[in-house]
Design a protein around this ligand. Sequence first.
Ligand code: F6R
Length: 365
Amino acid sequence: SLNGYEHYMLKEIYEQPDALRNAMRGRLNDQDATAVFGGLNLTPQQLRSVERIILTGCGTSWHSALVGEYMIEELARIPVCVEYASELRYRNPPIENNTLVFGITQSGETADTLAALNETKRKGHRTLAICNVVGSSIAQASDGGVYLHAGPEIGVASTKAFTSQCCVLAMLALYFGRTRHTSFETGERIIEDLRRLPAMIEQALTCDAEVRKVAEKYQSASNVLYLGRRYNFPTALEGALKLKEISYIHAEGYPAAEMKHGPIALVDADTPSVFIMPRGTTYDKVLSNMEEVKARGGPVIAIASSEDTEIRKIADDVITIPEAPEFLQPIITVVPLQLLSYHIAVLRGCDVDKPRNLAKSVTVE
Ligand code: F6R
């Protein structure tokens, strides 16, 4: 039921603190400063011998794969590659021994993801699922995996599944890292950061009224750019996808520094740019990208840390989010982007939960 919310999408956006609590329940182990998973079905020897990880999925699940790539490479130092499932299944790439393949999927029924996993499994690689729907086709077809426990996601636009997938990937990065380079102390710190996530999302949700004002201002745009770097690059893609699919506004996500290689030509007074720029490694660089857009007359909206007091001098609109460690930022920064697309879609009279031409799970090629 809608529980008093106007749409499932809004309800599911607000369910994210609980969804993450459920994703983490019983999976953080303080004794060994690591994560534990009941269903990966890997022996310590198999775990230790993993030399590469492939993350595959479609749409929003492919975006969480990109986040996972950054997390696993940074925390566990295992090479990761991300493949669209629809490409992986026909591309026939050479895959080395000791490669682990994860299919990431909310529904567990996406035809391309299932086919990509079956194809890699047939070649003798270990295939695992990061999946929400218990007992789904992909959950059954894989050698093991991790359930999200996010509860049913009914809105066609994926929201709580995305943040839960990112959270599971962060726990996997911790788990793989602790079999290798990650120290006990670092493991403890990561666990502490993960435990703060639900409260950080709760705080991020308090930006709703602010976001609604921004939505009113930009609801008639025909094009919107989303820009971010490192962990916030996948979020830029995800923000753009959310806007496209439910409000039918054309949007593009880019790594912020790529802008000057082409997309900046799109900037004009009617094309707002959303900069996802919490404080962190590339903050200053993204800030100068923002100044370039301003100089060309483009309106700029900043998703920024609440502690960032300078940003209001430059950005036309600022939406603030709580400060978070960089590897967890996408889980926080995506919240205002979900709300922005939701409010714009509602203002434009779109059918938020059932956007045109889309189905909840894509069971055809
Ligand atoms: C976007 C969206 C789709 C799905 C994609 C994969 O909001 O919902 O892009 O993410 O169809 O679906 P699953 O995760 O069920 O495999």
